[in-house]
Design a protein around this ligand. Structure first.
Ligand code: ATP
Length: 265
C-alpha cells in the first residue's frame, strides 16, 4: 500500500476571507491539479478549512463555545450548512479534475468531548483509501459530550486520523509562507522560522499574532501546537506552506524542498 499523506488547504486559500460565502474557484481548481499531479505516489487524504463560509455564523452564534443560549442550536445548524456548502464546491472542483473524491463530513459521525474528538469510525476512510478514493473531510461542527457542540478544525481531525492511520507526512497549506517570528501581515520585521521543534515550540507559539476577524479555529498559534503534538506523539513530519503560491503544494508533495516551516518532534 502507498504511504499516506494528509493535506490541508486552509480557508484563507480557498475563500475570499473578507467576503461572506465567497469561494475562490480558480484557486480551488489549481490546487486540485496540484494535488492530483503531486500526490500520485501517495494515498492523499484531503482536509479543508471553512474561511468566509462557516466562520461567519460560528462567530456570530459562538458555536465553538457550545450550546450556551437559546440561539445556539440554530447557529450550529447554520454553521454546519455553511461548512458543507463550501465543501460541496471543493468536491465539485476535485471531481471536475477527475479526482475520485469521497466525502467524509465529521458532523455526521464524529463525537468530541471538550472540543477533542474522542470517537470517529475511520474504517470507512480506510476502506475508501484501500479502494482507490481520495477521502475529503473539513473543519465542521461536531457534537460534543460536554458542551453540546463544538468546532473541530481540520488540524484536530488530522490529529485523530493520524493516530489511527499513521501518515508519513502532514502538509498544511495556508496564505503565508509558514510560521514567522510575528504576524507577517502586520509586521515588516517578521522572519520565517524554517524549523519548529521541542527547543523553540514554546517561544514561537507565544509570539504568534492575533486572530483574524471571524476566525473560530484558533489561528496560527493553535495550528502550531496541534502539529507539534502530532509530531511528538506519532513522529509525523508536518509542513506549513503557502498554498496561494503556484506549485508550492505540488512541489512539497513531490518531495522537493520548498519555502515553508517544518514542524518535528
Ligand atoms: P483555517 O482554514 O483553519 O482557518 P487558514 O489557512 O485560513 O486556516 P489562519 O488560521 O487564519 O489560516 O492562519 C493564517 C494566518 O495567521 C495568516 O494569514 C497570518 O496573518 C496569521 N498569523 C498570525 N501570526 C502569525 C505568525 N507568527 N506566522 C504566520 N502567520 C501568522
Amino acid at each position: 500500500m502507498k504511504k499516506i499523506v494528509l493535506v490541508k488547504i486552509g480557508g484563507s486559500s480557498i475563500t475570499n476571507i473578507n467576503v461572506v460565502n465567497s469561494a475562490k474557484i480558480e484557486a480551488i481548481s489549481r490546487l486540485a491539479t496540484e494535488i492530483k499531479e503531486g500526490g500520485k505516489k501517495f494515498n492523499v487524504l484531503l482536509g479543508h478549512g471553512g474561511g468566509s463560509f462557516p466562520h461567519v455564523p460560528a462567530h456570530k452564534y459562538k458555536t465553538g463555545l457550545g450550546l450556551i443560549n437559546e440561539k445556539s442550536h440554530l447557529g450550529a445548524s447554520l454553521t454546519q450548512r455553511s461548512a458543507s456548502e463550501l465543501h460541496s464546491i471543493v468536491m465539485q472542483q476535485l471531481i471536475k479534475h477527475d479526482i475520485p473524491a469521497f466525502s467524509f463530513p465529521p458532523s455526521a459521525s464524529a463525537i468530541a468531548k471538550d472540543r477533542r474528538i474522542v470517537k470517529w469510525d475511520i474504517e470507512p476512510i480506510k476502506k475508501a483509501l484501500d479502494n482507490g478514493f481520495m477521502p475529503v473531510t473539513y473543519g465542521d461542527v461536531v457534537l460534543d459530550l460536554k458542551q453540546g457542540v463544538c468546532i473541530s478544525p481540520t488540524e484536530e481531525l488530522f490529529r485523530y486520523i493520524a493516530s489511527k492511520l499513521r501518515p508519513t507526512q502532514i502538509i498544511i497549506g495556508t496564505d503565508v509562507d509558514g510560521v514567522y517570528t510575528c504576524d507577517p501581515k502586520t509586521s515588516k520585521e517578521a522572519k520565517l522560522i524554517p524549523l519548529i521543534d521541542s527547543n523553540n515550540i514554546n517561544s514561537v507559539s507565544a509570539d504568534v499574532g492575533k486572530l483574524r476577524k471571524f476566525n473560530v479555529t484558533g489561528g496560527m498559534g493553535s495550528k502550531i501546537r496541534f502539529l507539534h503534538n502530532i509530531s511528538v506523539n506519532m513522529g509525523t513530519e508536518c509542513i506549513i506552506l503557502n498554498a496561494n503560491k503556484k506549485n508550492r503544494l505540488k512541489d512539497a508533495l513531490m518531495g522537493k524542498t520548498v519555502i515553508s516551516t517544518k514542524i518535528v518532534a
